[in-house]
Design a protein. Sequence first.
Length: 414
Amino acid sequence: MRSGHRLGRQFGWLWGAYGTSALGTWLAFGAFPLIAIQVLHAGPAEVAALSSVGALVGAAVAVPLGPWVEFRRKRPVLIGMDLVRFAALLTIPAAFALGVLSFVQLLLVSVVVAAADISFRAASGAYLKTLLPAEHLLVANARFESTAWTTTVIGPPLGGAAIGLLGPVATVVADAFSYLLSALGIRATGGHEPRPVRRQAARMRAGDLLDGWRYILADATLRPLFFNTAVFNGLVMATDALLAVLMLGQLGFEAWQYGLAFAAPAIGGLFGSRLARPLVTRFGQHRVLVVAGTLRAIWLVGLTLVGPGTGGLLLVMGVELGLIFCCGVFNPVCGTYRLERTAPDRVARTLSAWSVTTKASTALLTAVWGVLGGLLGPRTAIGLAGVLLLATPLLLPRRAAAPLAEPDSEPSRA
C-alpha cells in the first residue's frame, strides 16, 4: 500500500458521502432564484435577498453551533446536519405540491441550509483530523477539492436539463435526497469515536461564542490567511452577478454560453487539486501556499476586457480557467495548513468561525458590489474588485509557521 494514497474504508465512505451531496448541490444550482421568479413571481430585490440575506442570517444562526459541535462526537453531528438539510429542502416540493409555497418559506429554508452547511463543515474538518494521520490530510483535502470541481463541471448542465424537463422544484428534490444518501454514507463509516470532554463541565457562556475567532486572531499565521480568504472569496463571488448582467445583458450572450463559460473551466480545479500534493512535496507547503495564493489574485481584472462574440467567450473561459486552476492548488493546501495549525480541541470552533466570516463577508460584499454595479456599471465594478484582489497576497503568511504545540486539554476559565 502506498502511503498517502489509500486512506482506508472510513475515509472512502466519507469521501463518497461528500461527492454525493456536492453533486446534489450543483444539480440544484440556481433552483431557489428560479423558483422565486417562475413560481412565486418575485422581483429583483426579493431574489437578491434570497441569496444575500439567507446566507447572512444563516451565518449568524451558526455562530453558537461552533462551541456546541466542539464538545460532541462529530459523526453524529455530520449525520444530523445532513438530515436537517434533507428535511428542510423537502418542505419545498411538499409545499409546492400543496399549493402553499411562499417566499418566506424559501428564505427560511435558505437560512437553515446555510447554518447546517457551516456546522457540517466545522464537524467534518474536526472528524477528518481524528480519522487520518497528519501526513495524509493533504491527500484527503485534495480529493475533496477534485470532487468539488468535478461535480461543478457535470452538475449544472445536468441540473439545467432537469429544470428544462421537470422544473426547478425537481432539482431541489434531488438535492434533498443527496443529503439523505450522504447521511447514510457517513453512518456507514463506523468505528468508535470518543466523546470530547471539557476540562470544566461549566455551562457555555456568551464569551465562548467568540473562541474560534480568538484562536484565529491569536495565531500569527492563521490570522493573515483568515483575512485573505474572507476578502478573496467575497470579492470573487461578488462579481458573479455583475458578470451575468454584463454577459447576458449588455454583450448579448445566450444562457448556454454563459453556463459554458463557467462549467468548462472548472476542469482546471480538477487538475490543480491533483497537482497540490506533488507541488508541496517538491517545493514545500508554505511556498506553494504563497505562490498559488498570489497567482489566483491576478486573473479577475482580465474580465474587464471581455467583449461580445466568440473572442469574448474565450476570454472569460481563459480567465476562469486560470483562476480556478490556482484555486484548485491553493484550497487543499490552505485547508491542510489550517487543520495542522489548529489544536485538536479547537478545530470545530475555528472552522465554524472561519466559515461564518467567509459567508458573511461574501453576502455583504455581494450587496455592496450590487450597488456599485448600479452606480458605476458592471464592467467598472468588476474592474474595481479585480484591482482590490491584487492586494490580497499581502495578507498571506510571510514565513513558514513553527510546529504547533498541542495543548494537553481545554484551558480553564476563571
